[in-house]
Ligand binder design. Structure first.
Ligand code: NAG
Ligand code: NAG
Length: 304
């Protein structure tokens, strides 16, 4: 609840500051972006959490370096990390949206990001699939999701706002956005909820045949973005037949990530020095070829 009232207050009071920071012309060409880890459904010794490598690869392909953000760490550690990285991505997966270490860490970064943005410190957040749902739960303070029949289908987006024209045609006419979720925010519940309606602009919707749900959104006054679909899968995941790899599908992966990495370039947080950054970077971990063991992810990073 505290977070919510804070968010509302910030929107009311700080719109002007956020606008000022957006006109800042400096650019950080060495962005380091955090990717939030999450609980494994079946943890093993030394394997308590994971990040799917496709998220790391997309960000790297668009010119960023990646730091894994571990779950269940002290809040103080997250504060320090927040001031060292230039943006954060909440990836897809299956963690609990209220009680998991993923949810708790996401909450802390969201709160810090809103406060920072209000003070002119531009800090972008991207949520994909579970991360998108997590953003909705944090912003509204409740779980307004409903079940949809959307596990394993690629859809064309139905736009409500402008995307760049070249991408828009492909995204609107070809089946290139991978949906792999059983929960969605319906247009109905979104529109009924004042907190969500006032915070996010709906950029695209989709339907499972029965329920119209939101597939792409961005916050009005903050650099907070979410897709219910998976931009990273098109270029980097191969283990399901419905993952599209057409030229426009691959461009979509790149377009979305290029956008987010450029958002991160507007942030000037940094580690104490290059050595400190090196201690945190994802290169300290080795991905495992998880598709060989039946995973829907080609490669995964496991953490203790
Ligand atoms: C709206 O949200 C409630 C949870 O608060 C959920 O039970 C219901 O199924 C949702 N309805 C639609 C149409 O999304
Ligand atoms: C393509 O999208 C349509 C909706 O426009 C959907 O009904 C269909 O199942 C999708 N096809 C594939 C192969 O995912």
């Amino acid at each position: 609840m505290r977070v919510l009232s804070l968010a509302c207050l910030l929107i009311a009071l700080c719109g002007i500051h956020a606008a000022v920071s957006r006109s800042d012309k400096r650019r950080n060409d060495k962005p380091i972006i955090g990717i939030l880890a999450q609980e494994l459904k079946y943890p093993k010794p030394k394997r308590n959490s994971y990040i799917a490598a496709s998220y790391v690869k997309t960000l790297e392909a668009a010119g960023a370096r990646v730091v894994p953000v571990m779950i269940n760490r002290p809040e103080e550690e997250y504060h320090q990390l927040f001031h060292s990285i230039n943006g954060i991505l909440f990836p897809g997966g299956a963690a609990n949206l209220l009680t998991s270490g993923y949810a708790k860490a996401a909450h802390i970064f969201y709160k810090l990001a809103l406060k920072a943005n209000c003070q002119g410190d531009y800090f972008p957040i991207w949520g994909t699939c579970l991360g998108f749902e997590q953003l909705l739960v944090i912003t509204s303070g409740e779980k307004l999701l409903c079940r949809t029949n959307t596990r394993g289908v690629s859809l064309p987006l139905e736009f409500t706002q402008d995307f760049p024209p070249d991408m828009m045609t492909a995204l609107a006419t070809e089946n290139i956005t991978v949906n792999f979720h059983k929960w969605s925010i319906s247009m109905e519940n979104f529109t009924k909820n004042e907190k969500l309606r006032n915070f996010y602009k709906v950029l695209s919707t989709n339907t499972d045949g029965n329920i119209e749900f939101i597939s792409t959104m961005e916050a009005y006054h903050f650099p907070v973005y979410g897709t219910q679909w998976h931009p990273e899968k098109n270029a980097f995941e191969w283990s399901r037949t419905y993952y599209p790899h057409t030229p426009s599908a691959i461009k979509t992966t790149f377009y979305m990530t290029d956008f987010f990495v450029n958002e991160a370039k507007k942030n000037f947080h940094s580690f104490a020095n290059e050595e400190d950054a090196m201690k945190h970077l994802i290169y300290n971990h080795k991905p495992v070829f998880s598709a060989a063991f039946g995973s829907s992810f080609q490669q995964m990073y496991y953490f203790e």
